[in-house]
Design a protein around this ligand. Structure first.
Ligand SMILES: [Zn+2]
Ligand SMILES: [Zn+2]
Length: 380
């Protein structure tokens, strides 16, 4: 392992706070984590380097020693002759923080044993708005690993069983000295498993699991929305050698609806009305997810006015109340008019003219006054 300056490794200044160090560590640990860089040796080395720098700089005593003596502080005999083994106690906690968001928080622990638990899986499910609001049970096919039947997941041929590894005595890790440091390494004999299979199962070739597409019936609760995630514990990939399975996450995506837009528990829709109805008032049919309802349009309704229909929205999947349906009335300009209709409209418009015009046009007056003021201000 290289002996780069620990502050340099983490990219922080020498007077960095513990919080800054933690932050830098999280970022770099994410970047170089072996799970994210499979087969990349240099990433693994960087990960170890970052981890070591973090461990030393977040321990007040070790940091002080490092500040004073540099790497020499940790030579044998320097700090009580110990050197630093891997797997510090707080490592897994940090890990949970860093990877919780990505893997759903189910993963804990560090080192080679991590690989044994089956991977978490994600299934993207598209739903219509109606399905999301009412809930649905749907069958899905998931290509995954399942535990091998003939060997019961052990990987050893029926009648035999895996044996404890003699090199690491079942620990999966061995301690190696590398210069100043005692480093915990994955056991080269059993590759971290702690067990050796002398007589592998024919069906899974000693892996304890086989590839299979399984069909699952997934119950989507009513009220889910895009971004919601349903966790099916233990339905991810089976672990190797009988280790626990990962989880399956069903990621919900709700398709756009041709009428409704959803925002949290409220639904929005636009309802066109003729300008005659907007002026005189009347009733218009409004769609809801439960069918049509009638909405009373008051006379002299302006375009864009919103009407709230209580309880016609969505019942949240997280409990609490039901949202509302909010209808926006949009006054429709008539098109494809006959010459007769055009005449009538002209006649109508003329009837609004003269000194009384303003009282029929509630918005115009304020608007044109505003426009005039705007240009006056510009030229003055
Ligand atoms: Zn071993
Ligand atoms: Zn098997």
């Amino acid at each position: 392992m290289s002996k780069r300056d620990f502050y340099e490794v983490l990219g922080v200044s020498r007077d960095a706070s513990e919080r800054d160090i933690k932050k830098a560590y999280k970022r770099l640990a994410m970047k170089y984590h072996p799970d994210k860089n499979p087969g990349d040796e240099s990433a693994t080395d960087k990960f170890k380097e970052v981890k070591l720098a973090y461990e030393i700089l977040t321990d007040d005593q070790k940091r002080a020693a490092y500040d004073q003596y540099g790497h020499a502080a940790f030579e044998q005999g320097g700090m009580g002759g110990g050197g630093f083994g891997g797997g510090s106690a707080d490592f897994s906690d940090i890990f949970g923080d860093v990877f919780g968001d990505i893997f759903g928080g189910g993963r804990r622990g560090g080192g080679a044993q991590r690989a044994q638990r089956g991977a978490d899986l994600r299934y993207n499910m598209e739903l219509s708005l109606e399905e999301a609001v009412r809930g649905i049970t749907r069958e899905i096919d998931v290509p995954t690993y399942v535990s091998c039947d003939p060997c019961g997941g052990s990987g050893a041929k029926a009648g035999s069983s895996p044996q404890t590894c003699g090199t690491c005595h079942g620990q999966g890790q061995v301690q190696m000295r590398q210069g100043f440091f005692a480093v915990q390494q994955t056991c080269p004999t059993c590759h971290g498993r702690g067990k050796i299979i002398k007589d592998p199962c024919d069906s899974c070739h000693g892996q304890g699991r086989v590839q299979k597409t399984k069909t699952l019936s997934v119950k989507i609760p009513a009220g889910v929305d895009t971004g919601d995630r349903i966790r099916l514990t233990g339905e991810g990939e089976a672990g190797e050698f009988g280790a626990p399975a990962g989880d399956l996450y069903v990621q919900v995506h709700v398709r756009d609806h041709h009428i409704f837009t959803r925002d949290a528990n409220n639904l929005y829709c636009e309802v066109p009305v003729s300008f005659t109805m907007a002026a005189l008032g009347g009733e218009v049919e409004v769609p809801t997810l439960d069918g049509r309802v009638s909405l009373k349009v008051p006379s002299e309704t302006q375009t864009g006015r919103m009407f709230r229909m209580r309880g016609k929205g969505v019942q949240s999947v997280r409990g609490g109340g039901v949202g509302d349906l909010i209808c926006k009335l949009v006054v429709e300009t008539p098109v494809n008019l006959s010459s007769k209709q055009k005449e009538l409209l002209k006649e109508f418009e003329e009837s609004l003219g003269g000194s009384a015009a303003k009282k029929h046009k509630p918005k115009s007056e304020g608007f044109f006054d505003g426009v005039k003021k705007f240009f006056d201000d510009l030229t003055s």
